[in-house]
Design a protein around this ligand. Structure first.
Ligand SMILES: C[S@@+](CC[C@H](N)C(=O)[O-])C[C@H]1O[C@@H](n2cnc3c(N)ncnc32)[C@H](O)[C@@H]1O
Length: 207
C-alpha cells in the first residue's frame, strides 16, 4: 500500500470550486484530510474491491483519493452540475483508470441501488452557517441505507449526535478522530484569508 503522504501528493493537483456556492457549502476537502480519511479506510479494508460512494463529491477530492486505492468502482454524487464538471477535469489531472460514475442528484434522496459491498466517504454540508444544525443528518440517513460502512467528516462537537443517530439506525461508530484543516478564504463573509476548521471524522458500521 502506498503511503498516506504519497496519496496527499497525488491529490494536490485537484483543483478547487470555480464558483463556490455558499448555500451548498462548497468548500474543498483539503488533500491532507482526504488522504487521511482514504488511507484509514484502506487500512480497515474498506476500499479495495468495494464500491466507494462520495456523497456531496464537489471537486471529487474524496472520490479520486479512493479511486487511487483499488476499489471496484467509485460513484461521486453532487447536486451541482458545475462541480461535477470540475470533478471530471480533476479525474484527468489525477490520472486514475478506476471506473468512476459522476451522478448529478440530491444526495439526501440518492437514486442509487448498488450490489455488493459499499463504502461511503463524505464531507457533507454541516449546516452551521445557515442555522440548520445537523444538515449532515440527511446525508447520514442516505449512508445508512446505502452503505455497509461510512466515513464522514462533521463539525466539532458532533460525536454525541452521530453516535445517537447511528445507534437509532442499527449502526455503530467504530472509530472517531479529530482533524484540523486550514481553509483558504472561500466566501465574502469569511473575515480572514484563511482559518482553521476543527472537524471530527467517524467510521460507522451500518450492517
Ligand atoms: C463541504 S463540500 C464537500 C466537497 C468535496 N468533498 C470536495 O472536496 O470538493 C459539500 C458538497 O456537497 C454538495 N451538496 C450540498 N447539498 C447537496 C445535496 N443535497 N445533494 C448532493 N450534493 C450536495 C455541494 O455542492 C458540495 O460540493
Amino acid at each position: 500500500m502506498a503511503t498516506k503522504s504519497a496519496l496527499e501528493t497525488q491529490l494536490s493537483v485537484v483543483a478547487g470550486f470555480e464558483n463556490p456556492r455558499v448555500e451548498l457549502e462548497q468548500y474543498p476537502t483539503p488533500p491532507t484530510l482526504a488522504a487521511h480519511v482514504v488511507h484509514v479506510a484502506d487500512l480497515n479494508g474498506d476500499v479495495e474491491g468495494k464500491t466507494v460512494v462520495d456523497l456531496g463529491t464537489g471537486t471529487g477530492m474524496l472520490a479520486l483519493g479512493a479511486a487511487l486505492r483499488g476499489p471496484a468502482r467509485v460513484v461521486g454524487v453532487d447536486v451541482d452540475a458545475e462541480a461535477l464538471g470540475t470533478a471530471r477535469e480533476n479525474r484527468v489531472r489525477v490520472g486514475t483508470t478506476t471506473p468512476i460514475h459522476w451522478v448529478r442528484a440530491d444526495a439526501t434522496r440518492a437514486p442509487l441501488c448498488i450490489d455488493g459491498p459499499v463504502t461511503v466517504l463524505m464531507n457533507p454540508p454541516f449546516g452551521a452557517q445557515h442555522g440548520h444544525e445537523h444538515a449532515d443528518r440527511a446525508f447520514l440517513q442516505t449512508a445508512s441505507s446505502l452503505a455497509d460502512v461510512s466515513y464522514s467528516v462533521h463539525n466539532e462537537g458532533s460525536q454525541e449526535f452521530v453516535e445517537a443517530f447511528a445507534a437509532d439506525e442499527g449502526g455503530e461508530v467504530t472509530h472517531a478522530f479529530r482533524a484540523t484543516f486550514n481553509l483558504d478564504r472561500q466566501f465574502e463573509f469569511h473575515e480572514s484569508e484563511s482559518r482553521d476548521i476543527e472537524t471530527e471524522v467517524f467510521r460507522i458500521e451500518w450492517r
